[in-house]
Design a protein around this ligand. Structure first.
Ligand code: NIG
Ligand code: FE
Length: 405
C-alpha cells in the first residue's frame, strides 16, 4: 500500500544519528503513513503516494523541540525588564519582592480558563516559529493544590494536536508565605505533591531550581530523591548564578538534563559527560540577565550533548521563538550552526527522554518543517524572521493551520 504523503524534492536535514553530521539528504524525499515516517531517502527512489508535496528544493527539518519553558503563568514583569535595563540585577529585583514571587499573585488569581487561554496563545506563537514539541513546567503557584491545578491546565492545553506538550513539575522556590516553615514545605513537596503527580501522571519529570535564593543542594537532593522514588526522571536549573554542586548531584541521579550552567566546575562537566546528562543552554535568559556565557568549549571537548531552549518565562526570557535562541547560541555562545540545529532537535528530544525525537527517520512521528530557504544557516542568520522563513509545519503528518503568520 502506498504511503499517505510523500514530500519530495527537498533538502532533508534528518538529524539522524546514523548519518554523518546533520544527516543531510540533499535531493531527498520523505514518505509518511498514518502520521509516522516510513522512509527517508533519495528523491529518485521515492515511493508513489496518495498525495505528493513538491518542496521545490527547499530545506525540510525535524519540527523544533523546546525542552525548557515556563509557559504557564499570568501577568507580566515588563517593569522588571525596565529596571534591569536601568542597571538593577535579577537577584536584586527578586530580593526586593520582584522575581518569581511577583508572578505568583496573578497566576494564583487567574481562572483555569484564563491560564489555558494565555498558554494557548503562547503555544500558537511557538508553533508559528517552528516548535512542534514543547516542555512546559509548573512552578508559579507553589502550593500543593495550585501546582496540581497548573499541571491540569497544561494537560488541558495539551489536548490540542500541536505542538505536542511534555509537562514537568518544577520545585521553583519556597513561597514567601512558607519561609518560616521551610522544612515543612519541603516535606509537603516530597510526601504529597510528588507522589500525587506521579499517581495522576501529570508530569513526565521533576525539575528544581537549585541556586542562590532558591533551593539548597541538600534540599535538592531530598526533593529529587523523592521524585526518583516515585518513578519520575529528574532535571535541574543549576549554576545560573552560583554553582552549588548540583551538576554533580544530577549526574549521580542520572538526570535527563542540567540547565543554565553559567557556573560549573570542570569536575561538574566531566560528571555530566560520563552520566550522559544533556546540558540545556538558555542563551536568551543569559543575555538578558547579562550573565557570563557557559563554558561551551569545555562542554564540547568533554562530549556533553548540548540542547538549546527558550526558557520562555515572564522574568528572564519572555520569548516563544527557538530560531532566535539558535541565533544567540551561535553568535553569543560560540556554538556552531550544526550544534544549534542539534540543540533544538535531537539533543532537545534527548533532554525530554524522547530517544528518537527531533529526527527524520523511519518509525518516528512525522513532525517536520518545510522552510522557505535551502541553507540550514539561514535560520539563525535571519534572526527574528522565523515565521516568514517557514513555509509549513506538519505534526503527525498533518499540516498545521498557522494561527499566527
Ligand atoms: O529559568 N531561574 C529560575 N527560573 C526562571 C526564571 C523564572 C522567573 O524569573 O520567573 C529561569 O530563568
Ligand atoms: Fe527556567
Amino acid at each position: 500500500m502506498n504511503p499517505d504523503l510523500v514530500i519530495r524534492n527537498a533538502r532533508v536535514l534528518t538529524c539522524d544519528p546514523s548519518r554523518f553530521g546533520l544527516g543531510m539528504v540533499d535531493r531527498g524525499a520523505i514518505a509518511i503513513r498514518a502520521g509516522v515516517i516510513e522512509w527517508v531517502g533519495p528523491d529518485a527512489d521515492r515511493p508513489g503516494a496518495t498525495r505528493v508535496v513538491d518542496a521545490g528544493g527547499r530545506l525540510v527539518t525535524p519540527g523544533l523541540v523546546d525542552c525548557h519553558t515556563h509557559a504557564i503563568f499570568a501577568g507580566d514583569r515588563a517593569n522588571e525588564f525596565a529596571m534591569r535595563a536601568a542597571g538593577k540585577t535579577y537577584l536584586e529585583i527578586a530580593a526586593a519582592g520582584g522575581g518569581i514571587g511577583a508572578t505568583l499573585g496573578p497566576t494564583r488569581a487567574a481562572t483555569d480558563e484564563t491560564l489555558v487561554a494565555l498558554l494557548l496563545a503562547r503555544l500558537d506563537l511557538a508553533l508559528a516559529a517552528g516548535t512542534t514539541t514543547m516542555e512546559i513546567k509548573s512552578g508559579y503557584d507553589l502550593t500543593v493544590a495550585g501546582e496540581l491545578r497548573l499541571l491540569r491546565c497544561i494537560a488541558a492545553a495539551g489536548r490540542r494536536p500541536a505542538p505536542r506538550i511534555v509537562p514537568t513539575l518544577l520545585a521553583h522556590l519556597v513561597p514567601p508565605e512558607r519561609k518560616a516553615d521551610r522544612s515543612a514545605y519541603i516535606i509537603e513537596l516530597r510526601d504529597q505533591l510528588i507522589p500525587q503527580v506521579a499517581t495522576d501522571k501529570l508530569a513526565a519529570s521533576v525539575d528544581i531550581y537549585c541556586d542562590e535564593g532558591a533551593f539548597t543542594l541538600a534540599e535538592t537532593r531530598s526533593i529529587l530523591g523523592a521524585a526518583k522514588i516515585a518513578g519520575l526522571p529528574v532535571r535541574g536549573h543549576v549554576g545560573q548564578f552560583t554553582d552549588l554542586g548540583a551538576a554533580e548531584l544530577l549526574a549521580d541521579l542520572a538526570a535527563l538534563s542540567a540547565d543554565h550552567l553559567e557556573q560549573i566546575t570542570d569536575r561538574g562537566i566531566e560528571q555530566l559527560a560520563s552520566a550522559g546528562v544533556v546540558a540545556v543552554m538558555l542563551p536568551g535568559a543569559c543575555v538578558q540577565l547579562r550573565l557570563p556565557v557557559p563554558p561551551v568549549e569545555k562542554l564540547r571537548a568533554a562530549g556533553v550533548l548540548m540542547a538549546i531552549a527558550s526558557d520562555l518565562n515572564p522574568g528572564s526570557s519572555y520569548c516563544e521563538q527557538l530560531p532566535l535562541q539558535m541565533w544567540l547560541a551561535t553568535t553569543h555562545y560560540g556554538m556552531t550552526v550544526e550544534e544549534a540545529w542539534l540543540g533544538v532537535t535531537r539533543h532537545a528530544a534527548k533532554a525530554l527522554g524522547l530517544p528518537t525525537g527531533g529526527t527524520l527517520q523511519a518509525d518516528v512521528q512525522a513532525d517536520l518543517i518545510v522552510w522557505a530557504c535551502d541553507d540550514p544557516a539561514t535560520v539563525p542568520y535571519r534572526y527574528g524572521a522565523a515565521s516568514s522563513l517557514i513555509e509549513s509545519v506538519y505534526v503527525g503528518g498533518v499540516r498545521c493551520g498557522m494561527a499566527v503568520s
